[in-house]
Design a protein around this ligand. Structure first.
Ligand code: AMP
Ligand code: ZN
Length: 132
């Protein structure tokens, strides 16, 4: 599997060729705010290596995924999510067309913040407001 795809938008973000609002970075992982947020807090966590989706994950990736999962709660609090259990957040990994994946570089959505969210959790009409 290739570790870097020059045509991939998230590889370009890793390289700094496309700007992002960074939340966290280390040697293996980058986190940045989603450009089109569904909620008051919405950032993406990605491995720096190009893995297209969860469908390509193998045993060798387990430590990397484990680090992403273990890091997410701390970053969620730093980004403005309220503490568990009254606050909390949602972690989503869309995979493939039927999974709603649009960008084919594995990413973990971390979504939260005070409800009601304008988009995602409830329809905009029910929320009584416009979309973000
Ligand atoms: P998915 O549908 O799970 O593939 O989600 C892709 C996400 O990437 C969407 O929520 C987009 O808003 C987000 N996105 C696309 N381009 C950028 C970008 N340049 N910077 C930050 N987020 C992006
Ligand atoms: Zn990529």
């Amino acid at each position: 599997m290739i570790k870097h795809d020059p045509n991939c938008i998230f590889c370009k973000i890793v390289d700094g060729k496309i700007p992002s609002r960074k939340v966290y970075e280390d040697a293996q992982i980058l986190a940045f705010h989603d450009i089109s947020p569904w909620a008051p807090v919405h950032f993406l966590m990605i491995p720096k290596i190009h893995v297209p989706s969860m469908a390509q994950i193998e045993d060798e990736h387990a430590p990397l995924l484990g680090r992403m999962m273990a890091l997410a709660p701390r970053l969620a609090l730093q980004a403005g999510c309220l503490p568990y259990p009254d606050g909390g957040f949602r972690m989503v990994v869309n995979t493939g067309s039927h999974g709603g994946q649009e960008v084919h570089h594995l990413h973990l959505h971390v979504i939260g913040g005070p409800k009601p969210w304008l988009r995602g959790a409830i329809p905009p009409t029910a929320a009584g407001g416009a979309e973000v």
